[in-house]
Write a protein of this length. Structure first.
Length: 644
C-alpha cells in the first residue's frame, strides 16, 4: 500500500532542469536508498516530499494521515529552541495541555464541553507522538548512538556537530513516523553507532527513504535503490551490491543496443544517399524521415550512457619508485599520548610502515586516530616514545578540514601556483576533477566541502608523495567520486596511511588495518577481524560492569540487612505501577472511542429534531448528554493521572 506517491514531478533551478517528470511510490515496509552524484537533486526531492519545497510541475501525495520524519544533513536545521531533547511539536502540545487544564479548572458549564474536546484532541496527539514516555525512550536510543546521560544535560551551544546529529536522529527515531526521511544519517557517526542504526532500520516497522554515500550502510539497510541521474530516475531491486551488478549489466546491454542503432543509422543513411543519387525524391524524403527518427533515438539512448557532467575523473601519474618495497619508511616505538588531566589516549604504539604499505586507521570517534596521524606528520610535538621517518621520504596530507592559503584565489590560479602546467593542461586536469568551463574561475571561498576536497586532491596528487596521509578522504564525495578515488589509490605506488569510517573504502584500499580498542592500537588483517575483536572487548566490559554492580549490591545488602526486605516491595510496587499505567491507557483509548461514537449519535439526533419529534426522543438525547458529561469527567481524571 503506498504511503507517499511522487507523480510526474519536475523542478528547475536557473534554467537547469534538476528533476524531469520523476515518479515513484514509497510503500509500507520499503527500505529505499536514493543515490546520485552531488548536486543531482536528491536533497531537493527530499524537501519536496517533506513539504518545504514545491515542485514546478507534478504533485506529491501523502496518502491518509501519513506522518513523515525528516533528518537534515544541515546541522543548523536540526536542533532549535531551548530543549534539545524535545521536538517543537511536543513542547507546543505540552504548553497547550497546561493552558487547557488551567482553563478547565475555571470553566463554566457552557464552555466546558468545547474545552474538553480540545483537551482530548491535544492529549490524543501527545500520546500518538509518544509524549508520555518520550524522554525515557530517547535516552535509550541515544545510548545506542553512543551518548551518555551526562551529554543530555549540556547546553545546546556546547554540543559538537556529531552530538547534535545524534540527538536529532534519536528524536526522529523516537517519534516513530510512518516514513523516515534520512539525509546522510551516518554523518558524524562512528562505526558502532552506524552498526546500531543499521540494525534499527532493518527492524523498523515503518518505511525508510535515505540518502547516503556510505555504500556499506546502503548494502546493509536498503532493499530498493533509486538512482537519480541527469534529472531522471531508474529503480533497481536489492541492495547496493545488487545495484552495481544490475547497473553494469544495463550499461553492457545499452552499449550493445546503441551499437546496433548506430549500424542501422549508418545503413539507412547509405540507402538515403542512394535514393538521392537515383533521383527517387519521394523515396529519398521518406528515408530522410527514417534517418531523422533514428538520429533522435540514438541521441536519447546515448544519453542513458552518459554519466553526470560533474563526475570526478582522475588518475595518478605512474611513478617509478626504485628500491626495496619492504624498506621501512616510518617507524614508531612505544608511542603514547596523554592530554592534561586525562587518561592516556593511546599508549605503547609500535608500528613499522614499509614502502608498499596501504594502511587504514580505524576506531570510534575521539579514540585518537587524527591525533596519531598528526604526531606522525610532526604537527604535534608533545608525546611519549619515538617516531622515525626516512630522510628521503616526501609526505602529502589531506585533513578533514581543507585549508587554502588564499580564499580569494580562483580555482585555476590555485593550480598554477602549485604546478607548472600550461592553461590547457590545467583546464584538462581540472575537468577530470569535475571543474569545467567557467567553473575554473570560481573563488575558493564559495566552494562547497566536496569541491574543496576535489581541488585539494587535484593539487596534492600532482606532487606524487612517497607517503600519503589521508584523514577521512571520502568525506563530501559522492559515490562515483569515491569509487574513482579508490581505484586511483589502488594504483598508487607510494605508502598510504588513511583514517576512515567508510567501510567500503577500508576494505578496498586498506591492505592492513590499525585498530583502536581502548587505549591500545593493534594490527589486524581485515576490517571484519577488527570489528569482531571490538565486539568481544565490549562484551567483556559489559560482563565486568554487571559483576561490579552485583558485588556492590551484595556489599550494600550486607551492610544494611533491612534494605533487603524493602527491595522486593519496591520492585512489586513498580510492576504494579506499570500495570496500572497500561490499564489506564487502555481505558483512555476505550473512552476516546466511546466519546467519538456518542458524539456522532448526538449529532445525528440533533439533525433529526423537528416539530414532530416525540418527548421520549428528547429524553433519550438528554440521557446520552448526561452520560457523555460523565465520560468527559472520567477522561479528564485519567488523563491528569497519566500526566503525573
Amino acid at each position: 500500500m503506498p504511503l507517499i506517491s511522487v507523480q510526474q514531478v519536475s523542478k528547475s533551478y536557473h534554467s537547469r532542469k534538476l528533476l524531469d517528470q520523476i515518479s515513484f511510490s514509497i510503500n509500507e515496509g520499503d527500505r529505499i536508498a536514493l543515490i546520485g552524484s552531488n548536486g543531482a537533486g536528491k536533497t531537493t526531492l527530499f524537501r519536496m516530499i517533506e513539504g518545504k519545497t514545491s515542485p514546478d510541475e507534478g504533485c506529491i501525495i501523502h496518502h491518509g494521515r501519513v506522518i513523515t520524519g525528516f533528518l537534515s544533513q544541515n546541522l543548523d536545521e536540526q536542533i532549535n529552541g531551548d530543549n534539545p531533547l524535545k521536538t517543537p511539536e511536543l513542547i507546543a502540545l505540552e504548553k497547550e495541555i497546561r493552558v487547557l487544564e488551567d482553563m478547565l479548572a475555571n470553566a463554566t458549564e457552557d464552555s466546558q464541553r468545547k474545552l474538553l474536546d480540545k483537551y482530548a484532541q491535544a492529549a490524543a496527539e501527545y500520546d500518538a507522538l509518544g509524549g508520555y514516555d518520550y524522554e525515557h525512550r530517547l535516552r535509550e536510543v541515544l545510548s545506542g548512538l553512543g551518548l551518555s546521560p551526562d551529554d543530555l544535560t549540556r547546553p545546546i551551544e556546547s554540543l559538537s556537530g556529531g552530538e547534535r546529529m545524534r540527538i536529532s536522529l534519536a528524536k526522529l527515531i523516537v517519534m516513530h513516523p510512518d516514513v523516515l526521511l534520512l539525509d546522510e544519517p551516518t554523518n558524524h557517526l562512528d562505526t558502532e553507532a552506524m552498526e546500531w542504526l543499521e540494525e534499527y532500520i532493518r527492524k523498523y516497522s515503518g518505511a525508510v527513504l535515505l540518502i547516503s554515500h556510505d555504500r556499506y550502510f546502503i548494502d546493509h539497510t536498503a532493499s530498493l535503490i533509486i538512482e537519480l541521474e541527469n534529472g531522471d530516475i531508474k529503480t533497481y531491486r536489492g541492495n547496493y551490491t545488487a545495484f552495481v551488478r544490475q547497473k553494469e549489466q544495463f550499461i553492457a546491454d545499452q552499449r550493445q543496443f546503441v551499437a546496433g542503432l548506430e549500424k542501422e543509422a549508418e545503413r539507412q543513411a547509405g540507402v538515403t544517399q542512394t535514393m538521392l543519387s537515383h533521383r527517387k525524391m519521394s523515396s529519398y524524403h521518406a528515408r530522410e524521415r527514417v534517418v531523422a527518427k533514428l538520429s533522435d533515438k540514438l541521441r536519447e539512448e546515448r544519453a542513458k550512457l552518459s554519466g553526470s557532467p560533474m563526475k570526478m575523473s582522475f588518475s595518478f601519474i605512474p611513478e617509478k619508485r626504485d628500491g626495496d618495497p619492504n624498506k621501512i619508511l616510518l617507524r614508531t616505538q612505544n608511542l603514547a599520548k596523554t592530554f592534561q588531566d586525562s587518561k592516556p589516549l593511546f599508549q605503547n604504539v609500535s608500528i613499522q610502515i614499509h614502502a608498499s604499505d596501504k594502511i587504514v586507521l580505524a576506531g570510534p570517534n575521539g579514540c585518537g586516530k587524527t591525533t596519531l596521524l598528526s604526531i606522525l606528520l610532526g604537527r604535534i610535538q608533545e608525546f611519549d616514545g619515538d617516531v622515525f621517518i626516512s630522510a628521503e621520504a616526501q609526505c602529502g596530507y589531506m585533513g578533514q578540514f581543507i585549508p587554502f592559503s588564499d580564499e580569494n584565489r580562483e580555482i585555476i590560479d590555485e593550480v598554477f601556483t602549485r604546478t607548472e602546467l600550461t592553461e590547457t593542461q590545467a583546464r584538462n586536469l581540472l575537468a577530470r576533477f569535475g571543474f569545467r568551463d567557467i567553473d575554473v574561475f570560481k573563488k575558493i571561498r564559495v566552494l562547497s566541502g566536496g569541491e574543496r576536497s576535489r581541488l585539494y586532491l587535484c593539487c596534492l596528487l600532482q606532487e606524487s608523495p612517497d607517503i600519503l596521509f589521508l584523514d577521512e578522504p571520502t568525506n563530501h564525495l559522492d559515490i562515483q567520486s569515491r569509487e574513482i578515488l579508490e581505484q586511483a589509490l589502488a594504483d598508487y605506488t607510494g605508502v598510504i596511511l588513511a583514517v576512515s569510517h567508510d567501510r567500503y573504502f577500508i576494505e578496498k584500499c586498506g591492505r592492513s588495518l590499525l585498530g583502536f580498542i581502548g587505549n591500545e592500537v593493534k594490527s589486524y588483517d581485515s576490517y571484519e577481524v577488527y570489528r569482531n575483536a571490538v565486539r568481544i572487548d565490549n562484551q567483556k566490559k559489559k560482563e565486568v560492569a554487571v559483576n561490579d554492580r552485583s558485588v556492590a549490591l551484595d556489599e550494600k545488602l550486607k551492610s544494611s540487612p533491612s534494605q533487603e526486605a524493602s527491595l522486593a516491595p519496591r520492585n512489586i510496587n513498580r510492576a504494579k505501577e506499570r500495570r496500572e499505567i497500561a490499564l489506564r491507557k487502555d481505558r483512555i483509548r476505550a473512552i476516546e472511542k466511546e466519546i467519538e461514537e456518542l458524539e456522532q449519535q448526538q449529532k445525528e439526533t440533533e439533525a433529526s429534531f423537528s416539530k414532530d419529534t416525540r418527548p421520549e426522543e428528547y429524553a433519550a438525547y438528554a440521557e446520552k448528554a448526561e452520560k457523555l458529561s460523565a465520560i468527559y469527567e472520567e477522561y479528564v481524571a485519567l488523563s491528569e493521572a497519566d500526566c503525573q
